[in-house]
Design a protein around this ligand. Structure first.
Ligand SMILES: *Cc1c(COP(=O)(O)O)cnc(C)c1O
Length: 236
């Protein structure tokens, strides 16, 4: 694996310190609420990047590809970080992820049922987020706002899977447009939380990446997924 683009440990610690300052400033602008967790998106970066970021105090890591996640999780099995699976998940890859990571990308009943089957087999309770698509035609992943309530209803029938929040990847747009999308997800979360559903506790909002995590925090993100701004450009 070409790791030329992965920053040296000192640079990585520096990047992290700067991101933490920006997170804190965004939290201060937002006002009271839970401290967001910073997820370092380490996809395509070597294991060494994760080890160095952990040494600098980062606890949460996000991966997108099931096999890459499987291999990295296996390598760190004895002392795992807090893992997040943030990529598209196929039914036949669910086995690599269940029981090992918070899954951010449940967007169909079919994938939810596959996770339930696997979690039941492993006799564990899997926490997931539901990925929502708020009108981004360019982006196919995510359940539409119209179909979201029915998908959330399904958690009543999945005793081994609990929904702990919503996740969003906004369509590419200028920051002020993106802010509106984040605000809409935040409002939707509030509305759905009031309705209440078995197996659903909408504690988390996973939104915001390198280019827009501050705006996301201002609009209520509890989990921000930052890759490039911590680890530099991806090696491939
Ligand atoms: C890659 C990725 C990120 C991180 O993106 P950066 O722009 O590098 O911060 C965040 N979320 C998801 C779902 C991703 O696939």
């Amino acid at each position: 694996m070409n790791s030329a683009a992965t920053p040296a440990a000192a640079d990585l610690a520096d990047n992290l310190a700067r991101i933490r300052e920006r997170v804190a400033a965004a939290v201060a602008r937002r006002g009271p609420g839970p401290a967001p967790r910073l997820i370092g998106v380490s996809k395509r970066h070597p294991l060494a990047a994760i080890t160095e970021a952990r040494a600098a105090g980062l606890e949460d890591f996000g991966e997108n590809y099931a096999q890459e996640f499987r291999d990295k999780a296996a390598a760190l099995e004895n002392d795992p970080p807090r893992w997040h699976f943030i990529g598209a998940l196929q039914r036949n890859k669910v086995k690599y992820v269940v029981g090992k990571a918070l899954i951010h990308t449940v967007d169909t009943r079919s994938i939810l049922d596959a996770i339930e089957a696997r979690a039941a087999r492993e006799e564990l309770l899997q926490e997931v987020l539901v990925e929502v698509n708020l009108g981004g035609e360019s982006h196919k992943a995510g359940v539409s706002e119209a179909e979201l309530p029915a998908l959330l209803d399904r958690f009543a029938a999945t005793p081994h899977v609990r929904c702990v929040g919503l996740m969003l990847i906004p369509p590419p747009a200028p920051p002020e447009v993106t802010r509106g999308v984040f605000a809409r997800l935040s409002a939707l979360r509030g509305q759905l939380a009031e309705e209440g559903r078995p197996g659903v506790d909408l504690e988390h909002l996973s939104m915001g990446m390198s280019s827009d995590f501050e705006v996301a925090i201002e609009e209520g993100a509890t989990l921000v997924r930052v890759g490039t701004a911590i680890f530099g450009p991806r090696p491939y």
